[in-house]
Design a protein. Structure first.
Length: 293
């Protein structure tokens, strides 16, 4: 199963009694599945059905579903007179409160939604079939766009992980030479403290101190776990399983934890610089992972 983005757009159509129902889906990031439906006034009794169809197709994201009707044949639009009168009355009342001397043009009614509908009522079964057909087609179109967006995310992850792996190798190489450098610095500092006429330097004690220092600053375990996290991340982005976004988010948190530990153990300027750059790169990955389905 290819990687999918949570964001996307889809459109689908269904036919109903000579009219055409067009449904559009807009999906954005959300921790869970949140579906919101808005259909024409004539199909308002199908809102729950549309929501159920969408929930059967989708798994995560905030999804807004909007439907509109296009009348077929010679059928013209029908004005909902009572709704228009009520809207105009409310506009006049608002005028009386805000600007009593101003006229209320009828053109304002054009901005009131759902004043016009199909000339005839729709059969309930036909309306349900049309809604199901249109929502399912829109979900399929949305999924195709999510797959395309997911492919772009996968390429971005691959580039950033390659960069992080290179930085891990740099830390690994640098860590090997740090022990010897710290050994020499510690020997020089102790010799300086003892002075020319001081007691002779105890090599055994020095080795013990160096071993203790090396143990406190050893980052091999963190590097091993980081490499494991990288491998798991790559495997997940190509895995045949749904909803991997949460797993990827967990791995990114673990990557950040290991890098922070490496930084706390590092007393070397080059290593500190590398750690800072790795944290910035992991944060970029984390931001992108929030968009993975």
């Amino acid at each position: 199963m290819p990687l999918r983005s949570m964001t996307g757009f889809g459109r689908g159509e269904g036919s109903i009694d000579g009219s055409r129902l067009t449904v559009e889906l807009r999906a954005v990031n959300h921790r869970y599945l949140d579906v919101r439906v808005r259909l024409p006034y004539e199909l308002s009794d199908q809102i729950s059905a549309a929501e159920a169809v969408a929930k059967g197709c989708l798994s995560r994201g905030r999804v807004e579903i909007t439907g509109r009707l296009s009348a077929g044949g010679n059928a013209g639009p029908l004005l909902d007179v009572e709704r228009a009168r009520a809207a105009f009355t409310q506009l006049q009342q608002l005028r009386d409160d805000l600007a009593p001397d101003e006229a209320v043009p009828l053109s304002l009614l054009s901005s009131v939604p759902d004043l016009f509908g199909a000339a005839t009522a729709f059969d309930g079964d036909a309306a349900a079939r049309a809604v199901k057909e249109a929502v399912e087609a829109a979900c399929a179109d949305l999924d195709a766009m999510r797959v395309r967006e997911g492919a772009a995310l996968a390429r971005d992850f691959d580039t950033r992980l390659t960069d992080l792996k290179g930085r891990v190798n740099l830390i690994d190489q640098r860590a090997d030479s740090l022990v010897a450098e710290r050994h020499e610095r510690l020997r020089e500092r102790v010799q300086k403290l003892l002075g020319p006429g001081g007691a002779p330097l105890d090599p055994t004690r020095l080795e013990q101190e160096v071993a203790l220092l090396a143990d406190r600053s050893d980052v091999m375990e963190e590097l091993t776990r980081l490499r494991s996290h990288f491998d798991q991340f790559e495997q997940l982005t190509g895995a045949e399983e749904p909803q991997i976004g949460r797993k990827l988010d967990f791995l990114v948190q673990e990557m950040n934890r290991e890098v922070n530990t490496i930084g706390s153990k590092s007393a070397d300027a080059d290593l500190t610089h590398t750690v800072v750059s790795m944290k910035a790169e992991i944060e970029r990955i984390r931001e992108q992972v929030q968009n993975v389905l």
